[in-house]
Design a protein around this ligand. Structure first.
Ligand SMILES: [Zn+2]
Length: 81
């Protein structure tokens, strides 16, 4: 089983998209996380047996705005509140 969590992303130019976290939530199996983006350019990122923080994520997985070319950081995560 895997669950998905979506985090809204917003570039300073106004372009919006989503960061998608897919994680294994099956009990008693090895844990993994897989990150990808919607509407932003990235190669995706995967970790196994641990949790990646957003800081690590944006450092290891370049996320670029297709509209203005800016590389996003965790500051571009729009809090969905
Ligand atoms: Zn942009």
């Amino acid at each position: 089983m895997a669950s998905r969590v979506r985090y809204p992303l917003k570039c300073k130019c106004g372009h919006t998209g989503e960061l998608v976290l897919k994680e294994n939530d099956t009990p008693y199996s090895s844990s993994w996380e897989e990150y990808s983006t919607i509407s932003f350019d990235s190669d995706g990122y995967q970790v196994q047996g641990r949790t990646a923080g957003f800081q690590e994520l944006f450092k290891e997985m370049p996320v670029k705005c297709p509209q203005c070319g800016t590389r996003l950081t965790e500051a571009n995560l729009a809090e969905g509140k």
